[in-house]
Design a protein around this ligand. Structure first.
Ligand code: DX5
Ligand code: ZN
Length: 219
């Protein structure tokens, strides 16, 4: 059983203080930093790109768990690798050739993740499961923090965990969107070992990051 890890999303952070916010997350016990990259095309929101990530890189030694909600994604992968991403997660709908994009991320010696929107079926990644490090299951439609968790994805998490066990894969299962103290346990019991959270970590318990991270890990 993999250790439960927390990847706080900086989408809910104070963007005028991103470096300090990342330091607060590290002090609060974050295992990695979830960086939500949005292009206003693949998703209806625009956030940050490689120059900002490059400047944030020295704020922490924690891995940058970079979630690319951009399309087309293939031609930008190298930019995010150079900027300091440690995990690069892409959406299958955002590339013309998923295998090529996966192989490029691996060639750059980065961990590779594939993200499934709530309405994207597991079978789209069936043939690549043994080639990737992580599956990011979206429990909201991507684009914004603070949305409501979609419980219908729990079956998908369970099915993925079953596939992972049957094929003896060393795969991280990360869940992203609307994670809070009411649903974290059911998501972990379903098979997730990495939880993404923005709103809950930054806003609950008067913004006590350490308390919120510790609570999210409790099963
Ligand atoms: C949504 C992002 C998520 C989101 C999580 O498109 O991918 O990472 O920021 O934020 P909360 O925890 O507020 O749902
Ligand atoms: Zn995300």
């Amino acid at each position: 059983m993999k250790k439960i890890q927390i990847s706080p999303s900086i989408l809910s952070a104070d963007f005028s203080q991103l470096g300090n916010e990342i330091k607060r997350l590290e002090e609060g016990g974050a295992d990695m930093i979830h960086v939500d990259v949005m292009d206003g095309h693949f998703v209806p929101n625009l956030t940050i790109g490689p120059p900002v990530i490059k400047n944030l890189r020295n704020s922490t030694k924690l891995p940058f768990d970079v979630h690319l909600m951009i399309s087309p994604v293939h031609k930008y992968i190298e930019d995010y690798s150079k900027a300091g991403a440690d995990i690069i997660t892409i959406h299958p709908e955002a590339t013309d050739n998923l295998i090529d994009s996966i192989n490029l991320i691996k060639k750059l010696n980065k961990k590779v993740g594939v993200s499934l929107n709530p309405n994207t079926k597991l079978d789209i990644i069936d043939k690549v499961l043994d080639k990737i490090d992580l599956v990011l299951i979206m429990s909201v439609f991507p684009g914004f923090g603070g949305q409501k968790f979609m419980p219908e994805v729990i079956e998908k998490i369970k099915s993925l965990k079953k596939l992972k066990e049957e094929r003896k894969l060393n795969l991280d299962i990360e869940v992203d969107g609307g994670i809070n103290f009411e649903n974290n346990k059911i998501v972990i019991q379903a098979g997730a070992n990495i939880l993404v959270s923005g709103t809950t970590i930054f806003k609950e318990n008067n913004g006590n990051i350490k308390k919120n991270i510790d609570f999210l890990k409790l099963v």
